[in-house]
Design a protein around this ligand. Structure first.
Ligand SMILES: [Zn+2]
Length: 138
């Protein structure tokens, strides 16, 4: 199992939830909504206090994924403050962004399994993963 996926499954096991917002609560991470223009969100850590900032223009679906993505940075790259850019072209994005997306996909999947007649696309949407991030399901 790769590292982002392993971290996601450990976090789910440890805290008993795969809901990014509940996990933030359990980990004392403040979630702040604000108008961030072109940015989905960012993660900020200072003096050991973490906060996740989410663009208040996002719908619930994208906000949840963004929260999972930023939680991924908290688990995987706690020392980096990276903006989660909208349409941040899959080709140019950094390793850290890919890992955070990968983490978020596996966090939201959690214990869910595809139905026998279900397409991957339908399965991932059912888990709350916006289509533009399905390419991070591996
Ligand atoms: Zn990011």
């Amino acid at each position: 199992m790769d590292l982002p996926r392993l971290h996601a499954s450990k976090l789910i096991q440890r805290l008993g939830s795969n809901d990014p917002f509940e996990l933030c609560k359990a980990k004392n991470i403040t979630v702040v909504y604000e108008d961030l223009g072109n940015i989905y969100g960012y993660f900020y850590k200072a003096n050991r206090i973490s906060s996740i900032h989410i663009n208040n223009r996002l719908n619930e679906f994208l906000a949840r994924f963004t929260c999972g993505h930023e939680l991924g940075h908290n688990e995987l790259h706690p020392k980096m403050n990276l903006p989660f850019l909208r349409q941040s072209t899959l080709f140019s994005i950094s390793r850290y962004e890919r890992e955070a997306n990968h983490f978020a996909v596996h966090l939201l999947i959690g214990e869910n399994m595809p139905f026998s007649d279900e397409t991957i696309k339908h399965f991932l949407l059912r888990c709350g993963i916006p289509q533009e991030f399905h390419c991070f399901y591996t």
